[in-house]
Design a protein around this ligand. Structure first.
Ligand code: SAH
Length: 353
């Protein structure tokens, strides 16, 4: 028995027409997953109501507040251009936007708010916190006039990757097929040698590429160069290219087999920031660097913000310290997560890079 209705559908599809690509598998699984629930939440011992995973803005208000200050600082030094649009990609519950916009407002930055969200379920949650926002299903309808302040946290990691695997016969696309009636990774039968720049790799080597991320980052870069502004992408990933599959599934705060429960578990991969930096530059933006989340938040003053929150509410001091450690600790999110900034080449150099 498969664990999900979508798994059953994939089995029937593969029986009828043959293996499907990893891109197809991941795209359909995550579309179904995000459309059907709010996956964000803290683990609740002994209960299954705690969501599947927790993100930085849900850990502490400090994360969104510091990003709001980062945006306001660049915008102020750019001469406070108007109109100006806050654009968030994959805003989850809207928590980051609420905290960032609240902090930015104190510096006179009150942008129009545009949320790019594919999931109707999460858009409804966002509407509760951000009633005046405008929703978009992709970037094409975001205004073409005015500076853009673009934010995306744990968005790129959910976009579908293509995987290639080196077999004895050469490079092949990595597919999802059936082995003894169950979903299993298999190699495709069409030669893909021209798609790989590692002709000599050992058998079994896997490389990933994320065409959807490249398309979105390329469009953001093109818009920044044309309209002015800055973008911040925060995600887990690597700053230099790697080999190996990073596809993983998480449900109820635990990892599980990526093929076990499509549509019922969050599928992610590590973001290849080096590839995205090239794409951004090729589309006219300035790549300001990719730094570890811990270093980025420290440069923006998370220590001082944590101290201020703790002295304002001493009974919260321990919770604030724990949250700060989760965000910046090298063993926690501080080193695995990276922040990448892009700007219009004319925009002032951003803080923290
Ligand atoms: N940024 C939030 C949520 C991260 S979860 C946070 O940090 O808490 C990923 C988010 O991206 C969800 O809002 C999900 O619905 C959205 N998403 C996933 N794939 C998408 C796509 N192809 N287009 C637009 N939004 C997408």
């Amino acid at each position: 028995m498969s664990e999900s209705a979508l798994a059953e559908r994939f089995v029937r599809l593969i029986e009828a027409t043959g293996p499907i690509s990893v891109v197809h598998y991941m795209a359909e699984s995550n579309a179904r997953y995000y459309a059907s629930r709010d996956p964000l939440g803290a683990p609740v011992p002994g209960r299954d109501m705690g969501g599947d995973f927790v993100t930085a803005p849900e850990i502490s208000q400090m994360f969104g507040e510091l990003i709001g200050l980062w945006l306001a600082d660049g915008w102020t030094r750019a001469g406070r251009p108007a109109p100006v649009h806050y654009v968030e990609l994959g805003p989850g519950r809207g928590t980051l936007a609420r905290d960032a916009l609240g902090a930015a407002r104190r510096f006179g930055l009150v942008p129009e708010v545009h949320l790019v969200e594919a999931s109707p379920t999460l858009a409804a949650v966002q509407r509760g916190l951000l009633p005046d926002a405008t929703w978009h299903s992709d970037l094409t309808t975001v205004p073409e006039d005015g500076a853009l302040l673009v934010v995306a946290n744990e968005f790129l990691d959910a976009l579908p990757v293509r995987q290639l695997i080196r077999t004895a016969q050469g490079w092949r696309e990595r597919m999802v097929g059936l082995v003894e009636g169950k979903l299993a990774f298999v190699a495709g039968d069409r030669p893909m040698d021209s798609a790989s720049d590692l002709p000599e790799a050992a058998e079994g080597t896997i490389v990933e590429a994320c065409p959807a991320s490249a398309a979105i980052v390329g469009e953001v870069a093109r818009r920044l160069a044309a309209q002015g502004g800055a973008a911040l992408f925060v995600d887990y990933g690597h700053s230099s290219p790697r080999t190996g599959s990073t596809l993983q599934a998480v449900r109820a705060h635990r990892k599980l087999d990526a093929l076990a429960a499509p549509g019922e578990a969050d599928l992610t991969t590590h973001v290849d920031f080096a590839a995205l930096a090239h794409v951004a530059q090729a589309h006219g933006a300035r790549w300001c660097g990719t730094v570890e989340q811990g270093a980025f938040l420290r440069a923006l003053g998370i220590e001082a913000r944590a101290d201020a929150l703790a002295s304002a509410a001493p009974e919260q001091a321990e919770a604030v310290a724990t949250a700060k450690d989760r965000l910046v600790g090298a063993e926690q999110m501080g080193a695995l997560f990276k922040a990448m900034a892009l700007t219009d080449p004319e925009w002032p150099a951003p803080a923290g890079f």
